[in-house]
Write a protein that binds this ligand. Structure first.
Ligand code: CP
Ligand code: NVA
Length: 305
C-alpha cells in the first residue's frame, strides 16, 4: 500500500476490497468482545482545523480498540496556530507518533504534511475529499446489498468533498454514481475525469428525480460545508428543489436506502420523515466509520495480519 490515505484514489481495487473485508472482521470481533490489539504500542496524532463528532470519536475509540493511543490536537492550540510550518511540524511529529490524521480546510495542507512526514497520513476531510467516509459507506452498502458492483447510488445536492470521493470510488467498486446538483455546484471536474478515464461510472443530472430513478441508495449531505457559512443564504436559495423528501425517495426502488454522512441539517437537505424512516441507513453508516477506519489504520500502521 501507499504510505498515506489522502485520496480514495490511493487504494487499488484489491486494497479497497481487503480493507472492507478486514473492517467486517473487526466489526464481528468487537461485537463478540474478542480483543484485537493489532496496533498495541502505536500512537496516532489527530490534527483538526475544523469541528468533528464522528471522525474524532471513531478514530479515538478505534485506536483504543486496537490497543493503541490517540491524541487530539486542535491546530489552533499547537504552534501551527502561531505560524510553525506544516513541513517542520510533520518532521517533528514523525519522531513522536506512528501515524497522523488531518482535517483541514485546504487539501494541500494534508499533501504538504504527508510530503515531509515519514509516518502514514490519513485525510480526515479536506475541501476536496472525505475518503474515510466513503470506506464506511461502502461497508454499509456491502452489508445491505452483498456486492457493490452494479449498484446505482444517487447523489442529491452539493457536488462537495464527500461527493468527489464517492465519484472516484466508482473505479474500485463498480458502482454507478448518478449526481444531481444545481447549476454551478457540480462536483470537481477532476474527480469526474478520473472516474471516466479509469473505468468508473458517473452520470450528471440537474433534476434529482432523474438521478433517483432505479437507485439502490440515495445520498445527500449538507448544502453548507464547514467554511461556507458566509455564503449560507445564497446556497439555501440555490438549492431550492434539491431536498431529499418523501416524494423524491418514493421514486427510488422500494428497498433503496438513504445515506447521509451527517451532521444533517434537518429541513434543509433532508426531511425528518426521510432521515427517520425505515429506509434510513445513516446510523449504520455512522457506526461503520469506526470499523472501516480501524481497518485503514491496521493496514497503514500495523503488521499484515
Ligand atoms: N461525517 C463526518 O465526518 O462527521 P464529523 O464531521 O462529525 O466528523
Ligand atoms: N461536506 C461536509 C461534510 C461534513 C462531514 C463538510 O465538508 O462540512
Amino acid at each position: 500500500m501507499k504510505k498515506d490515505f489522502i485520496s480514495i484514489t490511493d487504494l487499488s481495487c484489491e486494497e479497497y476490497d481487503d480493507i472492507l473485508t478486514l473492517a467486517a472482521r473487526l466489526k464481528r470481533q468487537r461485537y463478540a468482545g474478542v480483543p484485537h490489539p493489532l496496533l498495541a504500542g502505536k500512537t496516532l496524532a489527530m490534527i483538526f482545523e475544523k469541528a468533528s463528532t464522528r471522525t474524532r470519536i471513531s478514530f479515538d475509540v478505534g485506536m483504543y480498540d486496537l490497543g493503541g493511543y490517540a491524541l487530539y490536537l486542535n491546530s489552533r492550540d499547537t504552534q501551527l496556530g502561531r505560524g510553525e510550518t506544516i513541513a517542520d511540524t510533520a518532521r517533528v511529529m514523525s519522531r513522536y507518533v506512528h501515524g497522523a490524521i488531518m482535517r483541514t480546510y485546504k487539501h494541500e495542507t494534508i499533501t504538504e504534511f504527508a510530503k515531509y512526514a515519514s509516518i502514514p497520513v490519513i485525510n480526515a476531510l479536506s475541501d476536496k475529499e472525505h475518503p474515510c467516509q466513503i470506506m464506511a459507506d461502502s461497508l454499509t452498502l456491502k452489508e445491505k446489498f452483498g456486492d457493490l458492483n452494479g449498484l446505482r447510488i444517487a447523489w442529491i445536492g452539493d457536488g462537495n468533498n464527500v461527493c468527489n470521493s464517492l465519484i472516484m470510488a466508482s473505479v474500485q467498486t463498480g458502482m454507478e454514481i448518478a449526481v444531481a446538483t444545481p447549476k454551478g455546484y457540480e462536483p470537481d471536474p477532476a474527480a469526474i475525469r478520473f472516474a471516466q478515464e479509469n473505468g468508473g461510472k458517473v452520470v450528471e443530472y440537474d433534476d434529482p428525480k432523474k438521478a433517483v430513478a432505479d437507485a439502490h441508495a440515495i445520498y445527500t449531505d449538507t448544502w453548507i460545508s464547514m467554511g461556507e457559512e458566509d455564503i449560507k443564504d445564497m446556497k439555501l436559495k440555490d438549492f431550492n428543489g434539491f431536498c431529499l423528501d418523501m416524494p423524491l425517495l418514493k421514486r427510488a426502488a422500494p428497498d433503496a436506502i438513504v445515506l447521509h454522512c451527517l451532521p444533517a441539517h434537518r429541513g434543509e437537505e433532508i426531511t425528518d420523515e426521510v432521515i427517520d424512516s425505515m429506509q434510513s441507513g445513516v446510523w449504520d453508516q455512522a457506526e461503520n466509520r469506526l470499523h472501516a477506519q480501524k481497518a485503514v489504520l491496521v493496514r497503514l500502521m500495523g503488521q499484515n495480519l
